[in-house]
Write a protein that binds this ligand. Structure first.
Ligand SMILES: Cc1cc2nc3c(=O)[nH]c(=O)nc-3n(C[C@H](O)[C@H](O)[C@H](O)COP(=O)(O)OP(=O)(O)OC[C@H]3O[C@@H](n4cnc5c(N)ncnc54)[C@H](O)[C@@H]3O)c2cc1C
Length: 600
């Protein structure tokens, strides 16, 4: 038999899949998959974000969804070729459904589908006005009483939310709300972003003053408008704040700053929300069909309750309220916690001349920023990746093509290599008493982020201060109580303190649903974030996807959006398409709506 090149093998498989699916022959289609297969669907078949694991789940999904979806035209994506490495053939693919155009990625093992990613690119008939279809801007010709662009924007701003209701309200105008708002604007979905801070970018500006992004620039682009090539690798927080402010303006978002959402309730009959907001001291009632909470997964502070907090005479605050180190020169500071914020704040206090002690209760995963960039991110998000032709969109899709169920298997070797490379560094930290971990299964930082959103420090310098004792460390202990001038630890140590910072992390976004809507709705929806991996702080059962993020929830019309800049950019595409389809009345039967297994 002729040994075909990867293109031929991939095309044969895609043709066979096309034929089986077009003929509605589910068994024949499933036969093209490996036993240990994964099909990750971002909205095209399931109107959900869902991974089918194994042939049985693929079979069940196709049985339920094939006749409505009517997929066709499967082929290697235009301008792309399949490639083969270590017996795995992979390729970018394209296809269509009855209502949408799709793009994806496929890996073949032993001639059958091992991983399949299907993502929705655009809804037919509702394409974004881009490239050849971009708006004219100027209206050539002559017209009496014509309105300028500025006047049209002013009219829209005056009407929307008052004489005309938005289809969607996004609560929270951080990077998440802004990225989603930009996508919805392009899709012509009338949207208001409600933000209690005055200006876009304030959620970054208000954080501790030494903060710079921990992720590098290649990972952080917003949709449509990438950072320029001279943008720093790690954006200082105020600079990213300014970028967001500029972005909200040029992307023509209806951004209501200094506006707080007070309550929201859903009327099942009219299938409409009543959202009460306070704008410029006045109450405004909004009536959207869809409500998105983009209130931040690192925004609802976990503030511990310790005996004696009420009598402590010094300053005490959560890390999110920490103003910076300036007034703490020569003061004694105790920072409770050992993750990113704790390290950043300890380092800045030490730089300002404070006497700093970090209290570490349990193990923390620490990884040097350089090592993470070189071994963890470089192939997809780095200058080298850009030079070798990697685009942000492709990097995002490659990342998305690795099913969560096996993602840790790809991550473990990366962190093993980092441990080997930085062995001396880790030894020094341990010698200083620092309690290290590398994730429950040694899969490192990104899995910890996806599973629990916490438990790590990307080292940009503070670890050296811990290792050499400049930042004092008390590990394996908790706080017992506070006195007027000190913190007493469970081992009996007394730490004199003028300042106590609680760098104790953040709670589930579900808490915002409880605050703004009701406890009942929050409980119905359940925990937000995590994969159900049955690892620390991510209880099972296995979900296969991030709980409640960017996809339908148990509460009709309620959505959660957010995450890091990469996730905000990538998943805003799929959330915006789900919202647009609903606005246009395109049927969106959700396959495999997640159940709530945990409350928060
Ligand atoms: C210290 C720290 C460092 C981080 N570093 C990085 C990094 O390097 N890279 C990265 O990608 N991510 C990082 N993150 C994580 C994440 O990207 C940020 O938390 C980011 O700000 C999340 O954006 P967001 O829009 O989802 O939420 P936020 O920026 O938290 O925005 C939520 C907004 O909702 C508003 N809001 C809440 N309730 C209401 C209400 N009732 N009415 C009106 N408005 C409301 C808030 O005012 C806030 O502005 C970091 C987080 C922290 C805390």
């Amino acid at each position: 038999m002729l040994d075909k090149a990867p293109d031929g093998k991939m095309s044969d498989l895609l043709n066979a899949l096309d034929k089986a699916l077009s003929a509605g022959e589910v068994e024949r289609a499933v036969d093209l998959f490996q036993t240990d297969c994964y099909w990750r669907d971002l909205v095209t078949f399931t109107w959900n974000i869902k991974t089918m694991e194994g042939k049985e789940q693929v079979h069940d999904m196709l049985k339920a969804r094939l006749s409505d979806t009517k997929p066709s035209s499967w082929k290697i994506a235009d301008g792309e070729d399949a490639s083969e490495t270590d017996g795995i053939i992979e390729s970018w693919i394209q296809f269509e459904t009855e209502v949408a155009r799709g793009f994806g990625h496929m890996r073949l093992k032993d001639g059958r589908i091992w991983t399949l990613l299907t993502t929705m690119s655009e809804l037919k008939g509702h394409e974004e006005p881009l490239g050849f279809d971009r708006p004219m801007g100027a209206k050539h010709g002559a017209e009496r009483n014509r309105k300028t662009w500025k006047e049209e924007r002013e009219t829209e701003a005056a009407e929307l939310g008052y004489s005309r209701q938005p289809y969607c309200v996004i609560v929270g105008g951080g990077q998440g709300g802004i990225a989603l708002g930009a996508r919805l604007r392009q899709l012509n979905v009338p949207t208001i972003i409600v933000e209690k801070n005055e200006r876009p970018g304030d959620s970054w500006r208000k954080r501790y003053k030494s903060l710079c992004l921990h992720d590098p620039v290649w990972y952080d682009h917003l949709p449509y408008l990438p950072f320029p090539r001279n943008w720093p690798v790690f954006s200082p927080k105020d600079k990213i704040g300014d970028w967001l402010e500029m972005y909200a303006k040029v992307m023509e978002l209806n951004y209501w700053g200094a506006t707080e959402c007070k309550t929201a309730s859903y009327d099942q009959k009219s299938r409409e929300w009543t959202v009460i907001v306070q704008r410029d001291g006045k109450e405004v009632v909004l009536k959207p069909k869809q409500l998105v909470l983009a209130t931040g997964m690192s925004a609802k502070p976990n503030i511990p309750k310790f005996e004696g907090m009420d009598i402590f005479k010094g300053d005490q605050h959560h890390s999110s309220q920490h103003p910076g180190p300036d007034k703490y020169k020569n003061k004694k500071a105790v920072v409770i916690g050992s993750n990113n914020s704790a390290h950043d704040i300890c380092a800045a206090l030490w730089e300002a001349g404070a006497d700093v002690t970090m209290v570490q209760r349990s193990t923390t995963h620490v990884v040097k920023s350089d090592s993470l960039m070189e071994l963890g991110l470089a192939s997809l998000y780095s200058e080298q990746a850009v030079q070798s032709g990697m685009t942000t969109a492709k990097a995002d899709l490659i990342f998305a093509s690795l099913p969560y169920k096996i993602l840790h298997e790809f991550q473990i070797p990366v962190y093993n290599a980092i441990r080997e490379r930085d062995a001396d560094y880790y030894k020094r930290l341990e010698k200083a008493g620092f309690l290290l971990d590398y994730g429950d299964d040694d899969s490192g930082l990104f899995m910890k982020y996806l599973r629990r959103g916490s438990g790590y420090y990307i080292d940009v310098g503070a670890s050296e201060l811990v290792a050499n004792g400049s930042i004092k460390l008390k590990s394996g202990v908790d706080v017992k109580k506070l006195t007027e001038h000190s913190v007493i630890l469970t081992d009996g140590t007394e730490l004199p303190a003028d300042l106590v910072v609680y760098a104790t992390g953040y709670g589930s976004m579900n808490g915002f649903a409880a605050d703004l809507i009701s406890r009942e709705v929050a409980d119905k929806v359940g925990k937000v974030w995590g994969l159900g991996s049955n690892t620390t702080k991510d209880p099972g059962p296995w979900e296969g996807e991030q709980r409640n993020m960017w996809k339908p929830t148990q509460q009709e019309g309620l959505w959660f959006h957010g995450g890091n800049l990469h996730q905000s950019r990538h998943y805003s595409q799929f959330l915006s398409l789900q919202l647009k389809a609903r606005m246009e009345g395109i049927p969106t039967p959700v396959y495999g709506l997640q159940k709530a297994h945990h409350l928060s």
